[in-house]
Design a protein around this ligand. Structure first.
Ligand SMILES: [Zn+2]
Length: 422
């Protein structure tokens, strides 16, 4: 049913902006999650005003300014307008590799193309900011990171892409290459230092080396851990404490019972992967997310963000990278209310990326997702048609159309033919 989002992309670059609006954008008749129907005026990269539908009037005609640069008005009747989601945990350097030969081709062009395609897939679903973890060192050197940084440059203006550098080993003689590559990666432009301490023979030593590099580069830390050993997790959380709040732990796929309490008192941010709890960063150490984990985190009042983890890579060949799918999984079965589930993929995910929160209110960043639906529950149940605003500009649009072959005649006063898509 989806058109571009499911199978490919039409490449919405600056020259192909689907709506070609100028510096001012007026979104009309949009429904908010609280039920209000409003107009939203955007100027530059900020929301300038929000008022009841019709109250903001026509766009101002700027004297002497050509019409094409005065802005655009977009009717969002039938759409729900939300703070844009963010992708808190991805592995774009291995995206779309499930169907490729092993090992997949890794020329700079191959890597850059797959990373860019992955970021556009996520953007089409609404994630205007995205964080991807990239393996460095060993046979990879900095090749994968360079591909991500090239894609980040190409995507500027469409989406914000962050890279977390992941060395495998950092201690002892075997870790010398990882230590050098980590420092080089942070100088080259990696956003954060990461990796999985449990893959190093000396996990505590790994964390110490990583913290030192992060302090030197003045960057955040975003680590993988299974959390399987609560004692080790407590040590890890304690070692990371000096760097709070710039510390993230994920995906925490299979922590032992009791780990939620450790995380609650540590104050570090936690990322979960509701789709399957697996990602390539753990190298198979947490095959599945332990049932009941999310409920334990909720009960221990651990604030967590939800990410996608895998996009059609060996850890999840059907991974979709749709933040609304992650929110759907949190809300399905009654674990969380739709509002809290959406917050986990929106403002909680933005916090993981170190970005300020978004509200559909004057003064907030114009990072927005309009999704077909009349409520958050309806949008999570099947909002396929979407319009994405990044930095005040429409950067992606997906239109779904559903048609039926015959008119269905009901024993009601009115008859219906085709319906709009979701
Ligand atoms: Zn991961």
């Amino acid at each position: 049913m989806d058109s571009a989002a499911a199978d490919g992309h039409s490449g919405p670059g600056p020259a192909a902006n689907p709506l070609g609006h100028g510096p001012v954008l007026l979104l009309t008749d949009a429904r908010l999650a609280d039920g209000r129907v409003v107009d939203v005026r955007i100027s530059g990269d900020r929301i300038q005003a929000v008022g009841t539908a019709g109250s903001l009037g026509p766009l101002p005609a700027l004297p002497g300014t050509p019409t094409a640069t005065t802005g655009a008005r977009i009717d969002l009747k039938g759409y729900l307008l939300l703070p844009a989601p963010a992708e808190a945990h991805a592995h774009y350097d291995v995206a779309f590799s499930a169907a490729l030969p092993t090992p997949p081709p890794e020329t700079p062009a191959d890597l850059t193309r797959r990373v860019t395609e992955a970021a556009l897939t996520s953007l089409g679903y609404g994630a205007t900011a995205q964080r991807t973890h990239v393996r460095i060192g060993d046979v990879h050197g900095l090749r994968r990171l360079e591909a991500v940084l090239t894609a980040r440059q190409a995507l500027r203006g469409l989406a914000e892409l962050q890279a977390v550098a992941m060395p495998r080993l950092l201690t002892g003689r075997a870790g010398a290459d990882g230590r050098a590559q980590l420092r080089d990666a942070l100088k080259l432009g990696a956003t954060a230092a990461g990796g999985c301490p449990e893959l190093d023979p000396d996990p505590a030593g790994y964390v110490q080396v990583l913290l030192e590099a992060a302090r030197e580069a003045d960057c955040p830390v975003d680590l993988h851990t299974t959390g399987a050993d609560p004692v080790q997790l407590a040590r890890l959380a304690s070692a990371l404490a000096p760097l709070r709040p710039r510390v993230v732990l994920g995906p925490c796929g299979s922590p032992a019972p009791g780990a939620a309490t450790v995380l609650a008192t540590s104050g570090v941010r936690v990322v979960c992967l509701p789709q399957n709890g697996r990602c390539s960063g753990l190298e198979g150490r947490a095959a599945e997310q332990r049932p009941g984990l999310l409920r334990e985190l909720l009960e221990a009042r651990v604030p967590f963000a939800a990410g996608s983890g895998s996009l059609r890579d060996p850890a999840n060949p059907v991974g979709r990278a749709d933040p609304l799918e992650a929110a759907y999984l949190l809300a399905a079965g009654g674990l969380m209310a739709p509002e809290a589930a959406y917050d986990a993929v929106a403002n909680q995910a933005r916090a993981v990326l170190g970005l300020p929160p978004v509200r559909v209110d004057a003064g907030f960043p114009a990072e927005l997702l309009a999704v077909r639906g009349d409520s958050l529950a309806g949008a999570l149940a099947g909002g396929h048609s979407r319009l994405v605003v990044h930095s005040g500009r429409v950067v992606s649009r997906t239109s779904a159309v559903r048609e039926f072959a015959d008119t269905v005649v009901l024993a009601l006063p009115r008859q219906s033919g085709s319906t709009g898509g979701g």
